[in-house]
Design a binder for this molecule. Structure first.
Ligand code: ATP
Ligand code: MG
Length: 578
């Protein structure tokens, strides 16, 4: 069998393109298609996802993971996982573990291709020596401050360092002594010898190696010099045979350096860097540094707090890989930076949950409803479908009695004409059960509603009456004696401003209402719901049983997302205008 990309049987890896899988093309896939067409690609497409293990992954990383692993799948190529662990100060194995878990959860597999940039430290060191030996790099002893002054500005060229033309043997000797640990941090650096007048500042003799006497989470104390990101990244790509090195736009003006290093080193392979716009979301901060601060300073309850945009936070909130992939497919990839509306992410979640979450009843903010004409001690029961749209879907039994809990916000003392819920003298349908008419309400001494007293129509069982009268409103309920007490956590956005990144201190923009805890009740069938499972509470939204808290008696439910509820929006707007 031929290895040629033109093989008409379509079995050679590079011949499989998005056209086979029906995937739309974006500018990255167009580049790859062109590389395949012009035969500049020798084998299969090979990408990599290169996280720095200095924090947990967030939804922006998910975009990059889905792009890199997705392209590999579509083109029947490969995608590596490579930890970019060149900065030992901030890195940790906790992050390595969490990153692997999150990628697996998203449904991707790097198989046996797990790499660490630190595995290449010896090779990178040898290549730095190679550059020095070929007069393409030198050891500079200017201080950091002097280097900054010599660098110039975007409009003025820089100046050559006095060390730039020192003999190569002297540089080589200095570099070896750097490695041996003879100098303190900051004493000198290795710089590429390119062009101090280059219009691109990244090309003005960029740093390749720095002295850092710090412990590395993988190499321990073997090294006290570490390569810069720029010196490590492209060479790692080359060592792994990466064909398309996809990164975010901020690296666009590093590309000349990426290419320069590959051209000037005896690398085994020539990868190509392609940049795309990073994902930004409204109402959210996305930088790992800021997320770390939220965790360290206790603004949230850990990396997996359901308000966090981290992958583990989204998972705990009730997001599925499907919802996240659907979102990423909707936003696509482009070359222009933009900010995506958080509502779009919630839309993808709602779509996913609408299709698969079974329907139950749960009362989030309960108030007692007593049926005064209910036969003492009688318990009725209703067989209700959990998937109303699916004729094959299952059912569960819901007990009904004369003492129920209903939603506090379903009662109003002096409701407007179009209020189809409870109010003095108003009749509503209790979902699946009976019609009830509000006769009286009781308040406690603080003026808060404690009980709604109703009469029911025994003829209305199942929601119909012989006289055919229509009742417009239907509300949810649970039977008090059989209900399961549950802690219900309601979320708003973590920030109360659309662009928290714009604040001088983004923690000033935290939303004090982002978490609200309610002690509610859910129907008995939900006591055995597995942690991580999602359901819809009729009218109240989609809820996911928490995977951490409430594993004993009282389950904890996180609201993943609300339903589209016109009244909730009106009430919220009123509150905001008050
Ligand atoms: P942060 O700015 O959050 O610290 P980073 O770029 O430093 O992120 P890395 O661990 O280096 O984080 O990222 C790994 C990969 O994920 C890189 O290829 C990076 O370009 C990509 N990535 C990071 N943030 C985003 C984002 N918001 N949208 C798309 N891709 C992203
Ligand atoms: Mg980075």
């Amino acid at each position: 069998m031929s290895d040629s990309p033109k093989d008409s049987t379509g079995t050679s890896p590079a011949s499989a393109g998005p056209s086979d899988s029906g995937v739309g093309t974006d500018f990255i896939r167009s580049i790859i298609n062109e590389d395949i067409r012009t035969e500049s690609l020798q084998g299969a497409v090979h990408t990599r996802f290169p996280p720095e293990p200095n924090g947990y992954l967030h939804i922006g990383h998910a975009k990059s993971i889905i792009l890199n692993f997705g392209i590999a799948q579509e083109y029947r190529g490969l995608c590596n996982l490579r930890f970019d662990d060149t900065n030992p100060v901030k890195e940790d194995t906790e992050f390595v573990e969490s990153i692997m878990e999150d990628i697996r959860w998203l449904g991707f597999d790097w198989e046996d291709r797990l790499y660490f940039a630190s595995d290449y430290f010896e090779q990178l060191y040898q290549w730095a020596e190679w550059l020095i030996s070929h007069d393409k790099a030198y050891v500079d002893e200017l201080s950091a401050e002097e280097i900054r002054l010599y660098r110039g500005t975007p409009t003025e060229p820089g100046r050559n360092s006095p060390w730039r033309d020192r003999p190569r043997d002297e540089s080589l000797d200095m570099f070896r002594r750097m490695r041996k640990g003879e100098f303190p941090d900051g004493h000198c650096i290795v710089r590429a010898r390119i062009d101090m007048a280059h219009p691109n500042i990244n090309m003005r003799d960029p740093a390749l190696y720095r002295i850092r006497h710090v412990h590395h989470h993988r190499t321990g104390d073997a090294w006290c010099i570490y390569p810069t990101y720029d010196f490590a990244h492209g060479q790692s790509d080359a060592l792994e045979g990466i064909t398309h090195s996809i990164c975010t736009l901020e690296f666009e003006n590093h590309r000349p350096l990426y290419d320069w290093l590959l051209e000037n080193l005896p690398v085994p392979h020539r990868p190509r860097q392609i940049e795309f716009a990073r994902l930004n979301l409204t109402w959210t901060v996305m930088s790992k540094r800021k997320l770390l601060r939220l965790v360290q300073e206790g603004f949230v309850d850990g990396w997996d707090d359901p308000r966090m945009p981290t992958i583990c936070g989204l998972r705990r909130r009730g997001y599925t890989p499907r919802a996240i992939k659907d979102f990423c497919a909707r936003i696509g990839v482009s070359k222009t930076n933009s900010t995506v509306d958080l509502a779009l992410l919630e839309f993808s979640l709602r779509e996913d949950l609408n299709a698969r979450a079974p329907r139950y009843m749960g009362v989030v903010d309960p108030v007692k409803l007593v049926i005064t004409n209910w036969p003492q001690g009688k318990i009725d029961s209703f067989d209700a479908p959990t998937s109303p749209d699916d004729p094959q879907g299952g059912t569960r039994q819901i007990p009904f009695s004369g003492e129920l809990y209903v939603e506090r916000e379903d009662y109003m003392d002096d409701p407007p004409r179009k209020w189809f819920r409870l109010g003095p003298g108003r009749e509503v349908r209790l979902k699946f059960a009976y019609y009830v008419t509000c006769q009286e309400v009781l308040y406690d001494e603080t003026g808060s509603l404690v009980e709604i007293r109703c009469t029911y129509d025994p003829e209305s069982r199942g929601g119909d009456t012989p006289d055919g009268r229509k009742v417009k409103g239907t509300i949810h309920w649970v039977s008090a004696a059989q209900a399961v007490p549950a802690e219900i956590r309601l979320y708003e956005t973590l920030f109360d401003r659309e662009n928290p990144e714009e604040e001088e201190d983004f923690t000033q923009a935290l939303n004090p209402r982002s978490l609200q805890v309610r002690q509610g009740f859910v129907e008995p069938a939900l006591a055995s719901l597995a942690p991580g499972e999602s359901v819809q509470f009729l009218r109240m939204g989609y809820f996911c049983r928490d995977i951490r808290d409430g594993q004993g008696e009282r389950p904890v439910f996180n609201r993943s997302v609300t339903l589209k509820d016109a009244w909730a929006r009106i009430i919220r707007n009123q509150r905001e205008n008050e």
